[in-house]
Design a protein around this ligand. Structure first.
Ligand code: ATP
Ligand code: MG
Length: 238
């Protein structure tokens, strides 16, 4: 579905990403993990075609992507950030917007919005103003909005990090169920290894802008690596 070959990203004098290779197959959910500032969000933005890499090549469904990726392709991608970026309209309209842009008929839009609000347990909030939602509700609506467009690839950048533990666990469980039924191709960034263990079968560790390890999350935790990787993983094994 998506391949990144030797992706580097420089800003000024700074190397933010250094020759990162990454593959994502259809139906897969892959985790990205690493300490603050390791380049996770930067990599996600490049993989989601929001930012062109300085060097390296991206392939989408086998085709090499130009620096400016065509809108028709960018529209096949959905992103959810840590802080939900909902518009100051009703919940329903927030979820409907992407479908309107894509030219779906009104009846189909209504069905699709109702279905996804239901999937994430927020159908009762449909008529409420999005700005008045709690953090947990807003993230549920953001996920409903992302899934509603039935993206080819979904990118989640720390979608739970602003939520308290019980809210997060409940949403993570609901998301796992949705993944199981939709098989949406996804990349999820989290600084919590529990999320990665729960939701993915493969994860990539980023340290200082480099992809240093890749494998099954459980295996990554179990194995011995070099000192740098072991130091990072030691925070999660206790
Ligand atoms: N547009 C930019 N210009 C300059 N530096 C940038 C830019 N975007 C990111 N950086 C730098 O790149 C590094 C990686 O940032 P990034 O946001 O990708 O890290 P992260 O792994 O997502 O961190 P966190 O866990 O805190 O979200 C940081 O040092 C950041 O300051
Ligand atoms: Mg980040």
């Amino acid at each position: 579905m998506l391949e990144a070959k030797e992706i580097s990203w420089f800003q000024g004098q700074k190397t933010i990403l250094h020759k990162v290779n990454f593959q994502l197959s259809a139906g897969e959910c892959v985790g990205l993990i690493g300490p603050n500032g390791s380049g996770k969000s930067s990599l996600l933005k490049i993989l989601a075609f929001l930012e062109p890499p300085t060097s390296g090549q991206l392939f989408f469904q086998g085709n090499p992507m130009p620096a400016t990726v065509p809108l028709a392709i960018r529209r096949r991608i959905a992103i959810v950030f840590q802080e939900s970026l909902l518009l100051n309209t009703k919940v329903f309209d927030n979820v409907a917007l992407g479908l309107k842009i894509r030219g779906l008929p009104n009846k189909k839009i209504r069905e699709q919005v109702d279905f996804w609000l239901e999937q994430f347990g927020v159908a009762h909030l449909s008529k409420q103003s999005a700005r008045s939602l709690s953090g947990g509700e807003a993230q549920r609506v953001s996920l409903a909005r992302a899934f509603a467009i039935e993206p080819d690839i979904l990118f989640l950048d720390e979608p739970f990090s602003a939520l308290d533990a019980p809210t997060k666990e409940a949403l993570r469980g609901d998301l796992a169920k949705v993944f199981k039924s939709t098989k949406t191709t996804t990349v999820i960034v989290s600084h919590d290894f529990k999320d990665i263990l729960h939701l993915t079968k493969r994860a990539l560790i980023l340290l200082n802008g480099k992809a240093v390890r890749e494998g099954s999350p459980a295996q990554l935790l179990k194995e011995k690596h070099n000192e740098e990787v072991d130091r990072f993983l030691s925070h999660f094994s206790a």
